[in-house]
Design a protein around this ligand. Sequence first.
Ligand code: HEM
Length: 189
Amino acid sequence: MYGLIHCALRDHVAFQYGEDLIAEVLDTAGVTEEHFVVMQAYDDEITLGLIGAACEVLKVDPDELLVAFGKFWVLDTAVKYYGPVMSFAGRTLEKFLGNLDLMHEQVAATFTNLRQPSFEILPSDGPNIELIYKSERDGLTEFVRGLLLGLGEHFQQEVAVSISGLKSEGEPHDIFLIELKDDQSRSGS
Ligand code: HEM
């Protein structure tokens, strides 16, 4: 994945666990400063190796790290460096989720080797949102859970996120159920 993701993960580790552990994480993953060029695309193995090394050094369960990193990505990285892109994608959680593909397409204008995920909202009459997450990658389900929780906070919308289908259990894609704790967000533009 792009170095942008590596940089964000490094920032997350520094912010959450302290700057002094970064060197050990990099060492364990066998990566150097060369693997932190924002606009460069790296093999997914390097990205996954970095995540694995962070879990090992910090003694954190991978799912826990991925959820926390997903939240950090939205609430820190995306807001700090891609504020305008985030704003244009929608003013409510539901509108934003519906525009995620467009948003990544916009991002792909600069990240030209982007292998972007795709999201689809399933039709529903009720207040909850069912979201299909399509990706050529595996193992990022909990990262997406964290992203969705982060988006809830970003839009000041209380949400509960559960999983109603898993690719790892034979479904064609992961499916998330996002429960909106109050229904106000649906009335915005
Ligand atoms: C404006 C902010 C954002 C930017 C600049 C951005 C950019 C990127 C980049 C560069 C990648 C790496 C893909 C690759 O290297 O091939 C990526 C992956 C990903 N992004 Fe975004 N993204 C943004 C916001 C979001 C948000 C809000 C979500 C929420 C669902 C999201 C979901 C994902 C997922 C799940 C992946 C992992 C790739 C996969 O599943 O195959 N992104 N994004």
